[in-house]
Ligand binder design. Structure first.
Ligand code: PLP
Length: 230
């Protein structure tokens, strides 16, 4: 079912108000936090609505779904892959996404670098970190992140923009808070150690935007609160 644009605008206004309030509470400028519209499972209407509203980026979690959806979307958008990527799909991912947020192994890094070299452009990536130590989540472990970054920085066709994490599912907000501050502290340490800016901290979703922004998120990935339940 395609919801109407008016409903979407109401949802998006509410999300932006929540982001604005969280920025204010954290003493951060509003421009520091980007709203990435997560359009997975929704038809081409979802990216179209996001673009019409003025959002510039969309997140998809499956390569194949995005490959099918993209040609049906007229609006120009930045497409970001936020879901797990198998290394045998690296080439298709490079061809279809402007940034891959879910990089969590050296094998995948090398495959993406080779594919980007083939395609002839640099690929922006984020390293996905399992900052909540959740056995159910993908992502490199906190203690293994420095070694992965070291490999990534040596690959000529990749540009490492920063880090991404997903907080473990929990009723307890302290779990999300701990996850996000872990990622923030890791980023600050890596920035010193490797003298690279790592400007993007992709963390926070519909249910945990506020603690993510408090901890320094620069991009929240929001699906449900914008487009309704999947
Ligand atoms: C689905 C998804 C989101 C959005 O989640 P909502 O709770 O619907 O806002 C964010 N990040 C990732 C990696 C996702 O897979």
């Amino acid at each position: 079912m395609t919801p109407d644009y008016t409903t979407f605008v109401r949802n998006a206004d509410a999300v932006r108000a929540e982001i604005a309030a969280a920025c204010k509470a954290a003493g951060r400028p509003l421009q520091d936090v980007e709203l990435l519209a997560v359009t997975k499972t929704h038809g081409p209407w979802a990216p179209e609505f996001a673009a019409r509203y003025g959002l510039t980026g969309v997140g998809e979690n499956r390569v194949q779904e995005a490959v099918e959806k993209k040609p049906q979307v007229e609006a120009t958008l930045r497409w970001e892959l936020i879901g797990h990527l198998q290394s045998n799909k690296a080439r298709v991912a490079v061809e279809n996404f402007d940034r891959v947020q879910s990089v969590d192994s050296s094998k995948l890094l090398r495959r993406l670098d080779a594919a980007a070299a083939d395609v002839g452009h640099k690929l922006a990536v984020l390293l996905q970190v399992n900052a909540g130590n959740d056995p159910a989540k993908f992502g490199v472990d906190l203690e293994d992140a420095p070694a992965l970054l070291e490999i990534a920085l040596d690959l000529p066709h990749l540009q490492v923009d920063g880090l991404m994490t997903i907080a473990p599912l929990s009723e307890d907000i302290a779990v999300a808070e701990r996850t996000f501050s872990n990622l923030r502290e890791l980023r600050d340490r890596l920035r010193e150690e490797f003298t690279t800016p790592l400007t993007t901290l992709s963390m926070g979703m519909s249910g945990d935007m506020v603690p993510a922004i408090a901890a320094g998120s620069t991009q929240v990935r929001v699906g449900t609160a914008l487009f309704g339940r999947r």
